[in-house]
Each structure stands twice: as structure tokens, then as C-alpha cells.
Design a binder for this molecule. Structure first.
Ligand code: TRP
Length: 331
């Protein structure tokens, strides 16, 4: 029996190259060794996304992204969280075993309170109960499907630790074999993925490159990568160049060495380097981009895949819930 790897994808915006290299690609690679459970955490996104059309759009975009990049819905599970009512039932049950202090200590909530204090507003200003209880819903996501590992970024490690703690408490009370104790699997990215300005690629720095851009839009975007003002003929240092740092994340070792040699030799302008970056991105992601836009042109296909995935997932969710309802004494 393979171990279960589970992760949630929050549909809050269009995924960028940093998300691709840091999270999506490594998560998809796990499907060789693990039974995978990947889902769209739309009710987590509801803590911040309050427009129906934006939510629907985001769900389609993030589902299309994962499908286009190779997620195989036939293997493992792929569904949308809101389609599994059992998760919200488990959320309540687990909340009755979750110390309120855990939620007080959760990073996202604490950061928000700190910001409010810094600006002199009420501690809980602009904090809805969804944001406050966010980690508890994650516990239900994770424990429902008996996840052994949860691949997440460092920012989510605390949430998985809460899930471990709650599972231990629950099992102590009702029996050791009921919930599986999950392990965070932290994705260590060896390279920082630089954005247009050389800082870490992040929506909050407004320096992102979307994964799927049509060639003319990609060209425009790459035009914005910040470089120094060296002239074409001057020899250049690849190691300090933002174009090169992105290039080597997508190129083969031979291509990377070859481009580095041409930088050092001089006679290679930033425009040329950007064109070569565009070529490797196109080679790496061009076909996936076509699949992505094809899915978005036929969102009914995405809806069907998610509906089938939910039906499959609910069989397992019901098994877990039947057991839980029985041990807590409501059934
Ligand atoms: N909170 C996660 C994020 O912001 C998304 C998420 C929801 C998740 N439920 C999960 C991740 C369960 C792992 C396991 O990215």
C-alpha cells in the first residue's frame, strides 16, 4: 500500500512560475511514490474572495493549471473541497477538540492582529471567523483522507502540526487507529525563484510571471526583467543577472553553460538573452499552455472531472465519517 500525500490548492489568483517550480512541479512528482490526494481549497479561499464570478474563475484556472501540467485525475483523487460536505461535518467535530489557543497562535491570524495593532485599529478588525478557524478546516481536509504526508510550503507547517496534535488528542480519546497522524513534507527549494526585479517571485512584490502567457504577452513580460545598463559588446557576469537566474531553472545544463560562456565573451545583449529565456520557457511550457487554454475554453470538462473526483472522494469521506460518528456516539 502506497502512503497518501495530500495537499490543498487555494484558488486565489493565477499561478506564477514561482508556484510552478516551488510547489506544483514537486507535488506532481510525488505521484510516482505516493497515492495522491489533490484538491481545490475553495472554502479556504472564501475567507478572502467574496465575488462569485472571481471565485468561479479562479477555480477553473487553478484546476486547468494542474491538469495541463500533468495531474492525472484517474490516479488518486482530485476534487473541490466544497463538493465534499463530510469535510464540513468533520470540521465541526474536530473544532470541539481544538484548543482556542491554537487558533490564537496561528500565523495568519497573528499577523493580521499585529497589523491592526500597528495601525491603531481594533485587534480583530477585518478578521472574519473563517480566517480565524482556517487551520481547523485544514485539519478536517487532512485527517479525512488519512494523509501520511502533506507537501506544503514553510508557511503552512504550523497548520499541519495542529492537525497532528488534534489527531493525537482524538485518537487518545476514542481509539488509536481512528485518525492517521500526518507529517508535513516541506518543499525545500534549492534556488530562490527570482521575479522581474530579482527579489523572490511573489504576488505581494508585483514581480510575477504567470505560468501560461501567450508568446506576445510573455515577450512583453520578459521585457520588464531588470538588468544593468551594460552595452552589447561588454562581457557580462551571468551569476548576477536576473535573466540568467531564471534561464537556468528551465534550461538543460549544457544550454546553461553555453549561455554563460556567451555572457562572458561579450557581444550578447540583454535583448538576446531575454529571447533565449523565452525559447526555453516555450520549450518547457508551450504544450501545457495549449492544454491550459483548451481547458479554459471548455470549462464543462473541468466541471465534469471535478464532479467525478468528488464522487470518488465522497466514498472515502463517508467511510471516515461513519467511523467518527459512531465513536463519538451520535450514530
Ligand atoms: N492553506 C493552504 C494554502 O494556503 C491550502 C490548504 C487548504 C491546504 N487545506 C489544505 C494545504 C490541506 C495542505 C493541506 O496554500
Amino acid at each position: 500500500m502506497k502512503k497518501v500525500s495530500l495537499t490543498g490548492i487555494k484558488p486565489t489568483g493565477t499561478p506564477h512560475l514561482g508556484n510552478y517550480l516551488g510547489a506544483i512541479k514537486p507535488a506532481l512528482e510525488l505521484s510516482a511514490a505516493y497515492e495522491t490526494v489533490y484538491f481545490i481549497a475553495d472554502y479556504h479561499a472564501l475567507t478572502t474572495v467574496h465575488q462569485g464570478s472571481v471565485m468561479r474563475d479562479n477555480i477553473h484556472k487553478v484546476a486547468a493549471t494542474w491538469l495541463a501540467l500533468g495531474l492525472n485525475p484517474e490516479e488518486g483523487l482530485f476534487y473541490k473541497q466544497s463538493d465534499i460536505p463530510e469535510i464540513f461535518e468533520l470540521n465541526w467535530a474536530l473544532s470541539c477538540f481544538t484548543p482556542k489557543g491554537f487558533m490564537n497562535r496561528a500565523h495568519a491570524y497573528k499577523d493580521k492582529v499585529a497589523k491592526n495593532q500597528a495601525s491603531g485599529t481594533d485587534d480583530d478588525s477585518d478578521v472574519n471567523m473563517g480566517l480565524y478557524c482556517y487551520p481547523c478546516l485544514m485539519d478536517a481536509d487532512i485527517l479525512m483522507f488519512h494523509a501520511d504526508v502533506v507537501p506544503v510550503g514553510k508557511d503552512q507547517k504550523q497548520h499541519v502540526e495542529f492537525a497532528r496534535d488534534i489527531a493525537v488528542r482524538f485518537n487518545k480519546q476514542y481509539g488509536e487507529d481512528i485518525l492517521t497522524i500526518p507529517e508535513p513534507l516541506i518543499q525545500e527549494t534549492t534556488h530562490i525563484i527570482p521575479g522581474l526585479d530579482g527579489r523572490k517571485m511573489s504576488k505581494s512584490y508585483d514581480n510575477i510571471i504567470d505560468i501560461f502567457l501567450e508568446p506576445k504577452d510573455l515577450k512583453k513580460k520578459l521585457g520588464k526583467i531588470v538588468t544593468n545598463s551594460q552595452g552589447i559588446e561588454e562581457p557580462k557576469d551571468p551569476e548576477t543577472c536576473n535573466i540568467f537566474k531564471l534561464y537556468r531553472l528551465f534550461a538543460t545544463p549544457e544550454q546553461t553553460e553555453n549561455l554563460a560562456a556567451r555572457y562572458r565573451a561579450g557581444g550578447m545583449g540583454w535583448g538576446h538573452a531575454k529571447a533565449e529565456l523565452q525559447d526555453v520557457l516555450e520549450a518547457h511550457l508551450g504544450k501545457a499552455r495549449d492544454r491550459y487554454f483548451d481547458y479554459l475554453a471548455h470549462t464543462e470538462r473541468i466541471d465534469k472531472i471535478l464532479a467525478d473526483g468528488a464522487a470518488k472522494a465522497r466514498v472515502k469521506a463517508k467511510e471516515t465519517m461513519d467511523k467518527i460518528r459512531s465513536v463519538i456516539g451520535v450514530a
